[in-house]
Design a protein around this ligand. Structure first.
Ligand code: ATP
Length: 372
């Protein structure tokens, strides 16, 4: 009996193997097919990993190439743009007769008149709070910004002094006051031709600055200096900012002068070239009306003059001083200035005139006013 059970089991086993073999073979075949299906996926994964590695290498190479290009560009810049002269405090004291002649007061310090050893007249800005970080930053920023700039209507930086805690910037002296001073001169306010010439020079300076990726950020009539021939030079770069390449606007904290503040920047705290266009629009209103940017009752010039200009009633706000009476031809040209000013003063920065258009329009106006 026991034997027959063993036999039966053996026979059953043989039968199972015989019947199971094809099933096992099938399984092996399926397994092979499935693993073949997964082969391309694995291969693709390997290719992806290789691509990622390649991209990392390319990125690394590009970074290095960029670094090398930057190095050579800086080398070229340092070689091409002569560094401004460096003075000791003793030399500055000697030039300014120990800071005896105050000629201006800016946001970041006082400005003194002086004469260098070689006879050049200079304006010396002594930054206040020299031990604090802000003065150090202003000094470094203004030096780096102004050093490479060169334009007929931008004040020229002559030298600098970093002696102990003292941080001083030395500019060419522009010795005929500011546009504000001239507009305030009730006895002899500038002629209409001069006013448009000054606006055009300032607009060209701002166009140049924007081309150099510099946003002035504090364009005012007190920052437009005039020389003996009434040629304007834009100054006051204490709040200026270098624009990040390819960026439309950037979040920076700048202090704009009351009356010139761009409402869009006030709202967003994002600076863009249009901020300068707005402030230049305020300067245009000053030139047209002869009024300061903030009036006696604390109302801004914009809130006072712009509604009349937009309602085509420029005469209501035009400078009424007797010597400022324009001829009919000049009046026509001044209407063009008023129109340009209004388009610079849009609340929305992107709707404002581009600075290049402002320059073109002022060029046209100047032609017209000279003929009028
Ligand atoms: N190169 C210069 N020649 C003659 N006067 C100057 C010169 N630079 C500045 N001033 C006088 O000093 C005043 C203040 O000039 P500053 O450059 O400090 O302008 P700011 O814009 O008020 O200040 P900051 O540049 O510090 O922001 C000017 O309004 C002007 O009267």
């Amino acid at each position: 009996m026991a034997l027959s059970v063993r036999k039966a089991l053996l026979l059953a086993g043989i039968a199972l193997v015989i019947t199971g073999l094809p099933t096992a073979a099938k399984l092996v075949r399926w397994f092979t097919v499935i693993s073949m299906l997964f082969q391309p996926v694995a291969a693709a994964r390997e290719i992806m990993a290789d691509c990622q590695e390649l991209a990392r290498c390319v990125q690394m190479i590009l970074r290095e190439v960029n670094r090398i290009i930057d190095f050579f560009l800086n080398l070229y810049a340092a070689w091409y743009h002569e560094e401004v002269e460096k003075y000791t405090l003793a030399q500055i004291r000697a030039a300014t007769n120990n800071f005896a002649h105050l000629i201006g007061q800016g946001v970041s310090g006082r400005v003194y008149g002086g004469t260098l050893g070689d006879g050049r007249m200079v304006a010396v800005k002594r930054l206040k709070d020299c031990l604090r970080r802000r003065a150090e930053d202003t000094f470094g920023m203004e030096l780096a910004l102004l050093q490479p700039l060169s334009h007929d209507h931008v004040v020229r930086l002559v030298g600098s002094c970093a002696d102990g805690e003292h941080r001083i910037l030395v500019y060419e002296h522009i010795d005929n006051g500011t546009l504000r001073d001239h507009l305030n001169n009730n006895g002899a306010p500038p002629s209409w031709i001069t006013r448009v010439q000054v606006l055009l020079g300032a607009a060209r300076a701002i166009e140049y600055l924007h081309g150099e990726d510099v946003i002035h950020s504090n364009v005012t009539s007190a920052n437009i200096l005039l020389d003996r021939s009434l040629t304007p030079r834009v100054s006051g770069f204490g709040a200026s900012v270098r624009r990040a390449p390819g960026v439309a606007s950037q979040a920076v904290d700048v202090v704009q002068t009351e009356g010139y503040r761009d409402p869009e920047y006030d709202r967003t705290r994002r600076l863009k070239p249009a901020t300068d266009v707005y402030s230049l629009g305020v300067v245009m209103l000053e030139v047209l009306t002869g009024q300061p940017p903030v009036r006696a009752n604390n109302a801004t010039l914009v809130s006072w003059a712009l509604p009349s200009i937009q309602a085509r009633k420029m005469d209501d706000v035009l400078d009424r001083r007797p010597t400022s009476n324009p001829s009919p031809g000049q009046r026509k040209a001044l209407k063009m200035v008023a129109k340009t000013a209004a388009s610079c003063l849009c609340r929305d920065g992107d709707s404002r005139r581009a600075i290049s258009h402002v320059v073109t329009e002022l060029e046209e106006t100047l032609k017209l006013i000279c003929n009028g």
